[in-house]
Ligand binder design. Structure first.
Ligand code: TRP
Length: 336
């Protein structure tokens, strides 16, 4: 049986942290053996929010590629490519934009939440909502369908975008004849990863993240500042591990000593400083193989360039095939 196509994307706006790893990229690595895997570095989408700072996007593209390779994505199995280098995606976006009303985009829950966040952040001084931002779900539908994406691994916050893509596909097929595949979301069991400060989400803008590329000293400082049970005042007070971020990360990286950590915390026989020191050691051990790879790719940038060039060429071929079908269905295949 032919392998199904799995496709997902990630915006190049910074380096990967543990939230990305446990919430997403770790699953992509597991999926690459079973599926035809496409991983899009979504620089065009990143520009919708960063059109006034293209340098930031540019700087992040290759760093993101390095992080993705270092967590175990294998360029032989997964096609890693740069969105802007595949103009077919932009072309498809134009045709799809006829099939989506403005009201429908404004009703998209993901878009709605993001508009609200923008207003809170920039208030009246904000640029306002651009056409490109409002339309990014349309562009994301093109991302997926250009490669006949069948399964799309995403977080829950992205489900409305997959639904919007499905609607576009159905409308396209209805009007122009069966052409496109309707994708399904692929939800993983791991949801959000909490931040060092106890926030429900680890995020760059929240300043509560451990990055995969953080060196030992940075990891040490960050973990020393992590939030523990606030009711524990003295070193031998019993505490509740379930509200402690240090315990949370012990669990996340599967400390083989977890039962002891938990019991001692509850009994009051484990001070927070010691507990943090143990986590620092385990976390650095956990990150070590990733650092080795990051270091390798950072000292061999030509290898990264070649992987991206190859991946993008492969992806472009695939998108060209889709575009051929789409042109035919749209009756704009003039010289065929
Ligand atoms: N919008 C996604 C995010 O912010 C990134 C993305 C871009 C994507 N293109 C995609 C996800 C295509 C799935 C499929 O996380």
């Amino acid at each position: 049986m032919e392998k199904k196509n799995i496709l997902t994307g990630i915006r190049p706006t910074g380096r990967l942290h543990l939230g990305h790893y446990f919430g997403a990229t770790r699953n992509w690595v597991a999926l690459q053996d079973k599926y035809n895997t496409y991983i899009e570095i979504a620089d065009v989408q990143a520009l919708t929010d960063n059109f006034d700072n293209p340098e930031k996007v540019r700087k992040s593209v290759k760093k993101l590629a390095i992080d993705l390779l270092s967590v175990g994505l294998d360029p032989e199995k997964a096609t890693i490519y740069i969105q802007s280098m595949i103009p077919e995606i932009a072309e498809l976006t134009v045709y799809y934009s006829n099939l989506v009303t403005i009201a429908r985009l404004e009703r998209n829950p993901t878009v709605k939440t993001e508009i609200k966040q923008k207003k809170e952040l920039f208030g009246d001084k904000g640029e306002g909502i651009t056409y490109g931002f409002l339309g990014y779900p349309v562009s994301q539908a093109a991302d997926i369908t250009a490669f006949d994406g069948e399964l799309v691994p995403v977080g829950e916050d992205q489900l409305p975008l997959i639904e919007q893509c499905r609607e576009i596909v159905r409308k396209f097929n209805n009007i122009y004849g069966q052409t496109l595949k309707e994708p399904d979301a692929y939800l993983s069991e791991t949801k959000r990863i909490k931040g060092l400060d106890g926030n429900e989400k680890m995020g760059k803008s929240l300043g509560n993240a451990i990055y995969l590329c953080d060196d030992e000293e940075t990891v040490r400082q960050k973990i020393m500042s992590a939030i523990t049970d606030p009711n524990k005042i003295k070193k031998d007070d019993p505490a509740n591990p379930d509200i402690c971020m240090v315990y949370y990360y012990h669990k996340l990286i599967k400390n083989d000593n977890l039962e002891t950590v938990c019991q001692e915390c509850k009994n009051g026989t484990r001070g927070c400083v010691n507990c943090k020191k143990e986590l620092i050691a385990k976390m650095n051990e956990f990150l070590k193989p990733v650092h080795e790879k990051i270091n390798y790719y950072e000292t061999h940038p030509e290898i990264v360039d070649n992987i991206l060039r190859d991946g993008t060429a492969r992806a472009k071929k695939r998108a060209e095939e889709t575009m051929k079908k789409v042109r035919k269905s749209l009756n704009i295949d003039y010289f065929e």
